[in-house]
Unconditional design. Structure first.
Length: 266
């Protein structure tokens, strides 16, 4: 990767600005509130996990960050610019749950095609393919790959432009444990090289690979904290149980607030 190494700023230097900032973010579709008043900041050069059950708003939030989702209210800033700014197209990589590659082309041809949009070199194409461990399959048609290999082609296509921010929507779904572990190792190496990663998942055990976690539930941001803080706040070393504890706390608080408002109204 072509970024400066991640880490704390040198003495006398100001901390790097957030890679992503959201303020008062609301998204409504029809009468359904998808995201409800999100406020957060994502540190650069780190892996941030976006965690929550299906239907919690994870994919919608990612669409807001890459600039393809209409906001009802609030704002999202990415790398110092409003989300969706045309100049961000070369700085933000986005891998959706459905791999976006051409099955009649080889691995190399797919990555070269997406790289051409950013004016990258043949060396950049080879580097992206190597980064996802597909060097030996570079000449093979993607239609002939396994499910896990197919997903990694899509990731290589996003990596070829050396994005400063990489947004990954449940990239480990359908992968076996060995491939999942290898992919998280690659994510860690990218963060160490300076790339900011936002990785969504509904598998809580993957939270341990992240520096910071955004916990979503029904469109609300329940917490932003580290895996260690999640374990402490949820009173469990099992991160799934810890998350469930936080959900239960939030439900109790919400019910109390609703009861109080009903008493005031009456």
């Amino acid at each position: 990767m072509s970024h400066s190494p991640a880490g704390s700023p040198a003495p006398g230097m100001s901390p790097a600005p957030p890679a992503v900032t959201a303020e008062g973010l609301h998204v409504t579709r029809g009468h359904k509130k998808i995201l409800r008043g999100l406020d957060f900041a994502i540190e650069p050069g780190r892996i941030t996990g976006l965690l929550g059950p299906s239907g919690s708003g994870k994919t919608t939030l990612m669409r807001c960050i890459v600039g393809v989702q209409r906001l009802t209210a609030g704002s999202v800033e990415v790398l110092g610019r409003p989300a969706g700014t045309p100049s961000l197209r070369h700085d933000v990589g986005y891998v959706t749950q459905a791999p976006s590659v051409y099955t009649d082309l080889s691995v190399e041809a797919n990555v070269r095609y997406f790289g051409a949009m950013h004016g990258v070199s043949a060396a950049d194409t080879a580097e992206a393919i190597a980064a996802v461990g597909l060097e030996s399959l570079a000449r093979r048609k993607t239609a002939d790959l396994s499910g896990g290999e197919f997903s990694r082609v899509s990731l290589a296509c996003a990596l070829v432009s050396h994005p400063n921010l990489l947004v990954l929507d449940e990239p480990t779904v359908g992968l076996d444990p060995v491939l999942r572990a290898e992919l998280w190792e690659r994510f860690a190496a990218m963060a160490e090289a300076g790339t900011t990663l936002l990785v969504s998942s509904h598998v809580m055990e993957e939270a341990s690979h992240c520096s910071s976690l955004l916990l979503l539930r029904d469109g609300l941001l329940l917490a932003q904290l580290s895996p260690a803080e999640l374990s402490e706040r949820g009173h469990s070393n099992d991160l799934e149980q810890a998350f469930l504890h936080i959900i239960q706390e939030a439900s109790v608080t919400s019910n109390r607030r609703g009861a109080d408002e009903s008493q005031v109204a009456s």
